[in-house]
Design a protein. Structure first.
Length: 102
């Protein structure tokens, strides 16, 4: 993975995440498609797990393809609901209502 993961790719992913508007969410796969790496959704997740080392980014606005929140990140739900993101249940956003139209 180290051959794939370089600083330019990290900042390319983070710059897309930075564009997600407040009150909207994007999926890992959506971000991967936007950077031209449609099969690298897991790579996007890896980068976001390390984002704190690169600055402040709204990574809480990224969910999986089903709208599921990050397991173990209890603050994510609070951050999203404070922005007005509708929830489907305790662990999922209402993706059809709030997915970013990138």
């Amino acid at each position: 993975m180290n051959r794939i993961l370089d600083e330019n790719l990290i900042y390319e992913i983070l710059s897309v995440v930075e564009e997600i508007p407040q009150g909207k969410v994007a999926t890992y796969g959506q971000i991967a498609r936007l950077i031209g790496r449609e099969k690298n959704a897991r790579l996007v997740g890896k980068v976001l797990s390390m984002s704190e080392y690169y600055g402040r980014y709204p990574c809480h606005r990224v969910v999986n393809h089903a709208g599921r929140l990050v397991p173990g990140w209890t603050e994510q739900r609070q951050l999203l609901t404070s922005e007005g993101v509708p929830m489907k249940d305790e662990y999922h956003v209402a993706l059809k209502l709030c997915q970013w139209d990138s």
